[in-house]
Design a protein around this ligand. Structure first.
Ligand code: DAH
Length: 353
């Protein structure tokens, strides 16, 4: 009988070696420790064991039952450990790895220049006025005193927008410059008090579009910053003072500015402002093409026809306007040689700023 009990234990432990997962372990528990297992039969049939042997058989059976239970517990822990290791291996999770750095964004180089321009003009009392990018021929050209067949229109070859209705000589187009915003702004301001329109001191930034042969110097898409000041007794001296001050605040306190006569349909007289080349200090270099001067912006006194189109009586009001290209200023500052970099969205370029 005692040998029989030892065999029950060996059979149980041997079978346990083959158990590889939890289902098999449950099956094993039923077979070797369940109600109708061999060891339980020993307890059930204790009555048939001769009296003098009962004590020894009982003790042996108890030891076997405890040994099988201990083996079960141990096996369960071992199976858990295997399962844990496997899931770690499958997920390739290394909790000791450092976190991934989140890449830092940065402002586009033209945005950086734009913000500096805003800051300088804000200090001088100019507000930012936003105007539409889709214009009509009337606002983009006619109200700015471009006569119908004026050659300056050809300098600003346009992207026209097809419409179902025939709009005659007033088609929609993408604005070729920010100047039409002058008319929108003056009309909005003068509408508040048509008899005595309030003074205007604004800059108008935004994207412009021209049907250009794209090259290192010309893009079909670029930004401009327009400026407009309208009020009583504004003179050309105010224009020169304001823009010279802008040049000093933007490019350095020692920077010299000069004005050359020029022509724009919407200003009279018109000028272009150059600043002393900040790369060579005026000695002459490749960027200023040996002249010592850099062309920065166009400007002039607002043409009486334009004032009138904006709702301002040219007998009582005068004003000055200017327009500049932030891409060009950014190119000069950083010696960027090709304007196409700006809107090509190549991170290798953008990440340098
Ligand atoms: N609109 C002109 C252009 O796109 C730039 C310009 C020149 C604007 C003189 C002005 C100005 O307001 O006075 O070439």
């Amino acid at each position: 009988m005692l040998e029989n009990i030892e065999e029950i234990k060996q059979a149980g432990l041997t079978a346990l070696v083959e158990v590889k997962d939890e289902d098999a372990l449950n099956q094993w528990r039923v077979t070797h420790l369940g109600r109708s297992s061999a060891i339980m039969d020993v307890f059930k049939n204790m009555g048939e064991v001769p009296k003098e042997e009962r004590g020894a058989v009982g003790r042996a059976a108890n030891q076997v039952k405890q040994a099988l239970e201990a083996a079960l517990t141990e096996k369960m822990a071992a199976l858990h450990e295997v399962a844990l290791q496997r899931s770690l291996g499958e997920e390739h999770l290394d909790v000791t790895l450092p976190g991934r750095a989140i890449p830092r964004g940065r402002l586009h180089p033209v945005t950086q220049t734009l913000r500096e321009i805003y800051r300088v003009f804000a200090d001088m009392g100019f507000q930012v006025y936003r105007s539409r990018e889709v214009e009509t021929d009337e606002f983009n050209f006619q109200l700015l005193n471009f006569p119908p067949h004026h050659p300056a229109r050809e300098m600003q070859d346009s992207f026209y927008i097809k419409t179902d209705e025939d709009r005659g000589d007033n088609p929609f187009l993408l604005r070729t410059h920010t100047s039409p915003g002058q008319i929108h702004a003056m009309r909005e301001f003068s509408a508040t008090d048509p008899e005595n329109p309030p003074p205007v001191r604004i800059i108008l930034p935004g994207m412009c579009y021209r049907y250009e042969q794209v090259s290192a110097r010309y893009e079909s898409q670029f930004t401009q910053v327009e400026g407009l000041a309208v009020g009583y007794k504004i003179t050309f001296s105010d224009l020169k003072g304001t823009l010279s001050d802008f040049a000093r605040r933007m490019f350095g306190q020692d920077v010299q500015a000069r004005f050359r006569a020029s022509h724009f349909p919407f200003t009279e007289p018109s000028a272009e402002m150059d600043i002393e080349c900040f790369l060579c200090g005026g000695d002459g270099c490749s960027v200023c093409k040996g002249t010592g001067w850099l062309e920065i912006l166009g400007c002039g006194m607002v043409h009486p026809i334009v004032l009138e189109n904006g709702g301002y009586d040219p007998e009582r009001y005068t004003g000055f306007a200017f327009g500049m290209g932030p891409e060009r200023i950014t190119m000069l500052r950083h010696r960027i040689e090709d304007i196409r970099y700006f809107w090509a969205n190549d991170l290798r370029f953008l990440e340098q700023f």
